[in-house]
Ligand binder design. Structure first.
Ligand SMILES: O=P(O)(O)OC[C@H]1O[C@H](OP(=O)(O)OP(=O)(O)O)[C@H](O)[C@@H]1O
Ligand SMILES: O=c1cc[nH]c(=O)[nH]1
Ligand SMILES: [Mg+2]
Length: 209
């Protein structure tokens, strides 16, 4: 069973409140999603490997640590996942970015794939799938499945807000994937939007509605 991490850091919770507020403008919404993604990236990357190197400071020679081992690939689920990419890249600029285009069909609620491009060395990277919303879990589960079909094995999922249904779905379909969220909300409504949630993340990021 994949582990579930809920980030209760006060800065994340404060910013999430502003993100949820319906009166927050697209500009502020984008900036806040970016900031929370960066704060989450700090914790999500806690298990990155280090190796020791010898360096010279202005005072003396010393041993110190640098990143080593598997590098990261950030995989946003478009569109809304795009809003979380920069936060990760600011902390890990050497990360590569793969894109998965999915939208949830409003009638069937099933994810429809329209794009997939991963880094050529994706199989050798620790992949972090990002999407602000985990509602039914259909989109995240399909995205993880596409990535696995391309030979990738080390995968994490990072969402701002998750519904219990989405967490259960991803855990059932992909028990090897750990999930990192800023909040677990109450439920889904009749249109499978998260309650209380933040509305349509893609529309709020890009001002399309
Ligand atoms: O867990 P699910 O029930 O699959 O729903 C979550 C998905 O819905 C949203 O995308 P949307 O389909 O609105 O596409 P968009 O990002 O282009 O707006 C969201 O960004 C997730 O990808
Ligand atoms: O609440 C939801 C559910 C799916 N997609 C969103 O953007 N918001
Ligand atoms: Mg949307």
């Amino acid at each position: 069973m994949g582990r579930l991490y809920v980030f209760d850091h006060p800065l994340i919770q404060h910013k999430l409140t502003m993100i949820r507020d319906k009166d927050t403008t697209s500009k502020d919404f984008r900036e806040l999603v970016d900031e929370v993604a960066m704060l989450m990236a700090y914790e999500v990357t806690r298990d990155m490997q280090l190796r020791e190197v010898e360096i010279e400071t202005p005072i003396t020679t010393t041993k110190s640590k640098v990143l080593a081992g598997r590098m990261i690939g950030v995989v946003p689920i478009m569109r809304a996942g795009l809003g979380m990419v920069n936060g990760f890249l600011r902390l890990v600029p050497a990360a590569k970015v793969g894109h998965i285009g999915l939208y949830r069909d409003p009638e069937t609620l099933k994810p429809v794939e329209y794009y997939c491009k991963l880094p050529v060395d994706a199989q050798e990277r620790d992949l972090i799938v990002v999407d602000p919303m985990l509602a039914t879990g259909g989109s995240a589960s399909a995205a993880i499945e596409f990535i696995k079909q391309r030979g990738c094995k080390s995968i994490k999922l990072v969402n701002l807000i998750a519904a219990p249904e989405g967490i259960e779905r991803v855990r059932a379909d992909h028990p090897d994937v750990d999930i990192f969220v800023a909040a677990v909300d109450e439920k889904l409504n009749d249109h499978s939007y998260i309650v209380p949630g933040l509305g349509d993340a893609g529309d709020r990021l890009f001002g399309t509605k």
